[in-house]
Design a protein around this ligand. Structure first.
Ligand SMILES: Cc1cc2nc3c(=O)[nH]c(=O)nc-3n(C[C@H](O)[C@H](O)[C@H](O)COP(=O)(O)O)c2cc1C
Length: 184
């Protein structure tokens, strides 16, 4: 089987799901936010535990406070909305995987809805505690990240010293049959 044109188009489309850090001020409608929550809700999780709770944040002042938790996430102050991910805290390893899955679904969902999004990690324990305080999250829960969402113009990273973009070539990333073996 070979990749068809539409297969390549699908890949090109999915590759537009990037980390967006600059947003237009337009608010997101309740309908769009509800659709994104519906997309998040259907994410698969370890043993279908669905170990998450979602906090929708649209209050500008709260987003500004969250943006000050860590310098690297200052850009979330410009987002019209964010969905903060609260994990149950019962199974750290599988829940961190589940958190990654729900994040990626939200980013893909945002793209399909004509929006863009970006993940923002609060940082170390003290920074997580500050984010929990801002969001009123009980101490026993895990709160590591949120997904900022909005209408977008560019995927350019506005932060000084931003990491290089692009991706490693497949030749560096893929083996055939056994680790380190290339196609014969
Ligand atoms: C676990 C994880 C944590 C991240 N934390 C942040 C963050 O706190 N702030 C930020 O601006 N980007 C963060 N990112 C986004 C990455 O910088 C981004 O995925 C990477 O640079 C590729 O971006 P691109 O898809 O636009 O090329 C994080 C990504 C991951 C997977």
């Amino acid at each position: 089987m070979t990749a068809s044109n539409s297969g390549r188009e699908t890949a090109r489309e999915l590759n537009k799901v990037r980390q967006y850090r600059q947003y237009l001020p337009d608010p997101l409608s309740d309908e769009l936010l509800d659709t994104l929550l519906e997309i998040a809700r259907w994410t698969g999780s370890s043993r279908n535990t669905q170990p998450w709770h979602f906090i929708v944040v649209t209050d500008k002042e709260r987003l500004r406070q969250l943006s000050e938790v860590r310098e690297a996430i200052g850009w979330i102050a410009t987002a019209p909305a964010a969905i903060a991910l609260v994990m149950n805290g019962a199974n750290p390893a599988s829940e961190s995987y589940d958190e990654g899955r729900v994040t990626e679904r939200l980013l893909i969902g945002a793209h399909l809805l004509g929006l863009g999004g970006g993940t923002a990690w609060y940082g170390d324990e003290n920074q997580q505690a500050r984010a929990k305080e801002i969001l009123g999250i009980p101490a026993g829960r895990t709160a590591r990240s949120l997904v900022a969402l909005g209408s977008i113009t560019t995927s350019r990273d506005p932060r000084p010293g931003a990491a290089a973009g692009g991706r490693k070539p497949l030749a560096e990333l893929v083996s055939r049959e056994q680790f380190g073996k290339s196609r014969s």
